[in-house]
Design a protein. Structure first.
Length: 49
């Protein structure tokens, strides 16, 4: 699955992606693994009240 189709699959069409991202307080990180693959990390950030 390409990242574009993956993103469009996740993205709600009515809500801007960045705003949705900030509201969720979750960071998505792609990082390369040792065997040359890619790993998707979900990191929940601490909310600043």
């Amino acid at each position: 699955m390409t990242s574009k189709s993956w993103l469009s699959h996740l993205r709600p069409h009515k809500i801007p992606f960045r705003r949705r991202f900030a509201r969720a307080s979750v960071a998505l990180i792609f990082r390369s693994t040792e065997n040359g693959g890619k790993e998707l990390l979900f990191i929940q950030r601490a909310r600043r009240e």
